[in-house]
Ligand binder design. Structure first.
Ligand SMILES: [Zn+2]
Length: 104
């Protein structure tokens, strides 16, 4: 089953199944993603430039800034949630960790 996922409003939103699912105003704690020198990078997402669904995991590419140290960078294919039966289920805070398998 293919779920339509795309970016909206110049990357301000991720749309899943034609519903707004992820906003660019969120702060993502990235503990195991090599974003900056912080132990846990608290990244304020500024814009999404990519979205993909692999199996049932929705991953995004985004431009963000660490609110602790100010580093600006991009993240590629960051898993942010799962699509189950056509519905988007977002990972909780702390689960935005690119090197971890998503919890089921
Ligand atoms: Zn930082």
């Amino acid at each position: 089953m293919t779920v339509p996922a795309r970016t909206l409003d110049d990357g301000a939103w991720i749309s899943v199944n034609n519903a707004r699912a992820v906003s660019n105003s969120d702060i993502w704690p990235l503990a195991s993603y090599d974003f900056c020198d912080c132990d846990v990078a608290h990244v304020l997402c500024e814009a999404f430039f990519d979205v993909s669904v692999h199996r049932d995991v929705l991953a995004v590419g985004a431009v963000g800034q660490c609110i602790d140290c100010g580093t600006k960078d991009t993240v590629d294919a960051l898993p942010v949630g799962r699509v189950i039966d056509g519905e988007f289920h977002r990972f909780g805070p702390g689960s935005f960790q690119a090197t971890n398998e998503p919890r089921s």
